[in-house]
Write a protein that binds this ligand. Structure first.
Ligand code: AMP
Length: 517
């Protein structure tokens, strides 16, 4: 169905058409008409489903209507604050919503959008909050700071959007959200987006929404038809590194997002790959916003081929050229796996999601499969076959209908087991023929990012000690090292023997994989 029939103003349909979108996605079809009517909504739709446009278009229509309404005319010099407030869990997501507002609002006369997020200086934000303002996009912590100092005015907010509400609650922002909502007139429209409305998210919805309509276009059991998933078993960290090197040097590899479990592993792995000549950078919660922006810019303009990231840092990344997501370190929560693989296969493309699992990861892989109700097909790379016997896995118990890959245990024919490495090249990961635009898996995210010292924090089940529990990176052996700065402005691989980092010294650390510079 086209955007023409949804009740949107011409200024908005024109902007949508200029963005190249002809047909509305499912969440847009379902959420835009009631959003325009002013109804409260509870929407489950994942990143990649087109959900941002489904709330920002009705928000922009509100601004347009106000422009033509003489009773809503605003006087010069008076601080009114925004008409629309969008709350997001992360800076990344807030930036993306702001980008969408600018894109779809390009024909809204004099549109004023401000982004107020943590990690950036206050003065410009204060100026934006006190000037004329239509839409404010914010993370809750920084907005609360401005409310506490009286710099933010929310008494004229007509529409409140909570984007990825479950993640905000996971991150512990419940009190912030309630405090902010209490400052907004009760006669507002409230729309809430969340992968789930169970538990505390449901209770928050009950408190904030009035007679909401429920729209559900995604669930974590979605089949990710345009994302091929693979699991490679690795004997140990050396074997894992060799598998990673193999994948990164395949010709299908356009851009890769490699996930590690800890910030320290992200830095270590980026360092190792830079030494090997890759255009690579790391990104994690310990990095300042400026670096994050530069790194993401490098990824978008193709200067950067590989990004090593932690779960927190990678949230909201929307770069269609990411062809591969590689789970080098497993996530803390099964939901994060769904979020991770959703960074590829974007904007109608195909993607490949590879998990490099060690024996100690069996528990988490099992939980991921239960959560998605799908088995991840096991593959081996010719010449890099694991020496240890394949861990015993059982197919996930599907909730109701079977998952995408059925109920057969791993290792049975038809699951890719035993496929030689060349299958990586032979079988294009184009499993989705239509090229349409499908909503994908839901997201419910953990806020925590394992700091260097709490490597195993967040594991839900105690696991038996195993040989592979040995330290996985030189950092875990307590080897002191200098912090490496990969100069994210250039992403050029370091020349062999060149000094490393700002301090101009080379970290002295063992190379577990035996690579030399
Ligand atoms: P979101 O779910 O909001 O994160 O959007 C994911 C991506 O889909 C973004 O790159 C959007 O620009 C894009 N998108 C939004 N609406 C449509 C549409 N109707 N058709 C195709 N792509 C879209």
């Amino acid at each position: 169905m086209s955007f023409e029939n949804l009740g949107l103003n011409e200024a908005l349909t024109k902007a949508v058409a200029a963005s190249g979108y002809e047909t509305a996605t499912e969440v847009q079809l379902q959420a835009i008409p009631p959003g325009l009517e002013g109804a409260d909504l509870m929407v489950s739709a994942s990143t990649g489903s087109g959900k941002t446009a489904s709330f920002i278009l009705p928000a922009l229509q509100r601004v347009l209507i106000a422009r033509g309404d003489t009773t809503k005319r605003r006087e010069k010099g008076v601080i009114y604050g925004p008409r629309v407030l969008v709350l997001c869990p992360t800076r990344e997501l807030a930036m993306q919503v702001a980008k969408a507002a600018a894109t779809y609002g390009r024909f809204v006369p004099g549109l004023r959008v401000a982004t107020v997020v943590g990690g950036v200086p206050y003065p410009a934000q204060i100026a934006a909050l006190r000037g004329p303002l239509d839409i404010l996009i914010s993370t809750s912590g920084r907005l609360l700071d401005h409310l506490n100092t009286g710099k933010a005015v929310l008494e004229n907010v007509e529409m409140l959007v909570l984007d990825e509400a479950d993640r905000m609650l996971d991150m512990g922002f419940i009190d912030d959200i309630n405090t902010i909502a209490a400052q907004i007139p009760a006669a507002r429209q409230t729309v809430m987006y969340s992968a789930t409305f169970l538990g505390h998210v449901g209770r928050l919805a009950q408190n904030l929404l009035r007679e909401p309509r429920r729209i559900d276009v995604a669930s974590h059991t979605d089949t990710h038809e345009n994302i091929e998933q693979r699991l490679h078993w690795a004997d140990n960290v050396n074997h894992k590194n060799a598998l990673l090197d193999h994948i990164l040097t395949q010709k299908e590899m356009e851009q890769a997002l490699v996930f590690t479990s800890t910030q320290r592993d992200a830095d270590w792995l980026a360092d190792r790959l830079a030494d090997m000549g890759h255009h690579v950078a790391s990104l994690h919660g310990g990095h300042p916003q400026g670096r994050r922006n530069r790194v993401l810019q490098g990824l978008r303009n193709g200067q950067l081929k590989i990004l090593i990231a932690t779960d927190v840092a990678a949230r909201g990344i929307d770069v269609p050229t990411i062809s591969h997501v590689i789970n080098y370190g497993l996530p803390m929560k099964a939901e994060d796996y769904v979020h991770r693989i959703g960074r590829t296969g974007r904007a109608g493309r195909n993607g490949l999601a590879v998990t490099l699992g060690e024996r100690m990861d069996v528990g988490m892989i099992r939980r991921i499969q239960q959560f998605t109700t799908q088995s991840i097909p096991v593959q081996v790379v010719e010449g890099l076959e694991p020496k240890s016997p394949e861990p015993k896995m059982f197919a996930p118990r599907p909730e109701g209908a079977g998952g995408r890959f059925g109920n057969k245990p791993f290792g049975k024919p038809g699951f890719g087991h035993g496929a030689p490495s060349k299958s990586f090249g032979k079988k294009p990961f184009a499993s989705r023929a239509e090229g349409g635009f499908l909503p994908r898996g839901g997201e419910a995210f953990a806020a925590r990012e394992r700091a260097p010292s709490d490597r195993n924090a967040g594991r839900f089940e105690p696991r038996a000690p195993h040989a592979s529990d040995a330290p996985r990176s030189p950092f875990d052996r307590g080897v002191a090292t200098g912090r490496v700065d990969h100069n994210p402005a250039s992403f050029a691989p370091r020349k062999p023997g060149a000094p490393v980092g700002k301090g101009g010294f080379k970290p002295q650390r063992p190379r577990p994989n035996g690579f030399t510079r």
